[in-house]
Design a protein around this ligand. Sequence first.
Ligand SMILES: Cc1ncc(COP(=O)(O)O)c(C=O)c1O
Length: 352
Amino acid sequence: MNTILHLDRNENLYGPAPKCFEVLKNISEEELSVYSRDFARGVKSKLSERLAADFGIPEQQILLSEGSEDMLKQAVHCYLKPGEKILAPKQSWWYYQKVADEVSGITVNYALHEGEAAYSYDVDQIKALCTSHSPRVVLIASPNNPTGNSFPDVSFETLMQSVGDAVVILDEAYWGFNGQTNDHIASLVEKHENLLILRTFSKYFALAGARIGFAAAGKGLNHLAKFASRYLGFNRVSEALALAALDSSAYYHQISENMKADRQKYYELYSRFDGFQCFESDANFVLVKIPAELKSPIQQYLTHNGIAVKFFSEPDFADHMRITLGTVNQNRRLLKLLDEFLSVWKTHGVPA
Ligand SMILES: Cc1ncc(COP(=O)(O)O)c(C=O)c1O
């Protein structure tokens, strides 16, 4: 059994709601032996129907996938042709560029602004790049990984007015950890035909192992809707787990409240030590800029204490660590270790 505490992978370590385990225990032979697709009623499945009802959009505009990685890949493979451009955040998930490379697309990066307290989107820069590059796909991550900042709601319309015919992919994989609601979904996909909003059950709902995600799609994305459809449906067990998770809002709400409180504890810890910057985050992780000389000692110290946090190979984050928020107890354990390490460093320099 691996005893390392993995706070480096942005999983939700609280685990899925108890109702998910009941569903697993009680799933019947009959349920397992039939396809999940709901042929008779002309909808994809109970899950797509439920999501459509929750969001207040037609079922046809909910697309199901094996996690949001899968939907991202399908969307990029559908719309980005060799030599066409995709506009994506520079300080972000490395995988965006990989998927664009798979189809020989050209990635044009826009930079996020590094502020004192938080990173932010520079909407004017994105608009200018849309004008000069006419990208086929524009990617926005909200909250963004690893910086944790969200795209400002108030700027979304301005952005959409400047993207022309581009397909806009709004990756909301880290939705929910800071009290975000679903209120924006219906009006956005109603108004913007080429908008695809990615969601997953991996993060907020703690079902990464079930590989289930979905998207809310604008009406103009028929090509993707056809491409993503599965004649025989999706994984019935994963769908049942997802439905149980949707029925467990109180459980997940409590997790997001705990995360809000624990993020504050990280901000507070780092504010006591010069040379550190812990950026405000809306997600289940925080990004911390650390003095370069401490990178390797912190890494060794945490490894020695059985905790893995994320250090990066990308130059933008050479002197950063990203800490996934675990449970309250796990966070307490790491906060205590960091506090001890940093207190020694403050008085005596790098601990031996
Ligand atoms: C920004 C972002 N989007 C999407 C995903 C994909 O998650 P999943 O495929 O589990 O839904 C990840 C995974 O870490 C991510 O960091």
